[in-house]
Design a protein around this ligand. Structure first.
Ligand SMILES: [Zn+2]
Length: 422
């Protein structure tokens, strides 16, 4: 029996710190590598060079994904690992990058220990995960979920078009369709990510094994009443749109208790009252409503309940109710076999773990459509992410990366190369 190999934390630390300098903004003390910007492309080139210097084969595909392979031809099926290296504005140094650089570290451990893998390891840094252009463009290209029409019309909040930004980066948007990879190329996909929430820290466990990634729907809701003089309109003769919204906000806990689960979330995130004047009864309340759950039927039940409750509140307050569904993304379960593999390896390592949902979206939700996919979380200090003070303790990074390594080795059917004097 040989001792199982271990990652080199200082090597991984150096990579994470080096990469955090690219796109660093001294003003916010955060990192800004929005998809396909100069800083993002510089980080991609850094990663390709890194793969090549380590003796792996790094390349940029036509969608801007960086792929590192152990063989030049990238022969499969492979055990793929990875995540993303683009960030939100003023983001932190671990969101996404940890999953990519931990994957690279796993490849180095296999190389240094002289392990033979029946299924080679491969690492992916997917392009544009943070949704600057409204999707998860890189992984969607690989899994064949993009359409020419979307590539042609996608733009960011400042109306910069994806196709123009890709052209500036030396890529052609339509050619992103060629990044599609035959699902047979993959044996499994494993993603290590920071939790970006407070749960693991609260329950004092170093590892979360993700069972499903929440689906999410976004509505734009309007309650329409009648604007009126705030002094002359008697309280019982108003059609006050804000009162309707306030009633609805109070109903949210009951909707979740009756129709949802402990994984349900309902959020009113942006509100606009019209005309929005202190001395006028609001004639219109326009607000976003975002619902999440990990179960498709529960998500539909939540949505139905929201619609019913909003209609009856509208009647009560003499309002009209309308809504537009801006988006609906189904929940995605992780593969049972990968969940079990992570749990088995964690037990063998003596790690305390929690099987839990992911409230945030991740590249794994698209990979799960084409290959057995699983995800693990390491704790975020204070639950903070998408911010400069995002932090994860190094010892948790080490544990999480070793769990990634052992699970990848199990999938790779790795064995020690025969030594001549054995
Ligand atoms: Zn991320």
């Amino acid at each position: 029996m040989s001792q199982s190999p271990r990652i080199d934390l200082s090597r991984l630390q150096n990579d994470l710190i080096e990469l955090s300098h690219i796109g660093y903004d001294p003003e916010t003390k955060g990192i800004c590598r929005l998809g396909f910007t100069e800083a993002d492309m510089q980080a991609r080139q850094w990663l390709i060079d890194k793969f090549n210097k380590e003796g792996f084969h790094g390349r940029l595909d036509s969608a801007g994904n960086v792929i590192g392979s152990t063989s030049k031809e990238g022969k499969g099926p492979v055990v793929a690992m990875g995540s993303h290296i683009d960030t939100v504005p003023a983001g932190g140094m671990f969101d996404g990058t940890l999953g990519v650089l931990a994957g690279l570290e796993c490849m180095r451990v296999v190389r240094d220990a002289g392990l033979k893998c029946e299924f080679p390891l491969e690492v992916y840094a997917f392009a544009e995960e943070e949704g600057r252009f409204g999707g998860m463009m890189g992984v969607q290209a690989i899994t064949g979920e993009l359409t020419p029409q979307w590539l042609e019309t996608a733009h960011d909040a400042s109306h910069v078009y994806l196709k123009d930004e890709m052209e500036r980066a030396g890529l052609n948007a339509i050619e992103a369709l060629n990044a599609h990879i035959d699902p047979k190329h993959f044996r499994a996909f494993l993603e290590l990510h920071i939790e970006q929430g407070p749960v693991l820290e609260r329950i004092k466990k170093p590892i979360g094994v993700v069972e499903a990634i929440s689906g999410v729907y976004k509505w734009l809701v309007r309650l329409i009443g009648k604007a009126n003089h705030a002094g002359t309109a008697p309280m019982d003769m108003r059609s006050d749109a804000f009162m309707g919204l306030a009633d609805f906000a109070h109903e949210i806990p009951r909707i979740i208790a009756e129709e949802g689960s402990d994984k349900s979330r309902l959020t009113v995130g942006r509100v606009e009252l019209k005309p929005g004047y202190a001395h006028t009864v609001p004639g219109e309340a326009e607000f976003t409503l975002v619902g999440r759950d990990t179960d498709p039927q529960t998500m539909r039940n939540l949505a139905d309940a929201c619609r019913r409750v909003l209609s009856s509140i509208a009647r009560k307050h003499n309002l009209m109710f309308e809504f537009e569904q801006m988006s609906w993304l189904e929940p995605q379960a992780m593969a049972d076999e990968v969940i079990q593999a992570f749990c088995r390896q964690a037990q063998e390592m003596g790690l305390d773990y929690e099987v839990m949902p992911s409230g945030a979206g991740h590249d794994a939700q698209y990979m799960a459509k084409i290959t057995p996919t699983g995800m693990i979380f390491v704790p975020s200090v204070g639950g903070i992410s998408h911010a400069p003070d995002e932090w994860t303790h190094w010892q948790d990074i080490e544990l999480g990366t070793n769990l990634l390594l052992n699970t990848a080795l199990e999938y790779a059917n790795a064995s020690r190369a025969k030594e001549s004097s054995a």
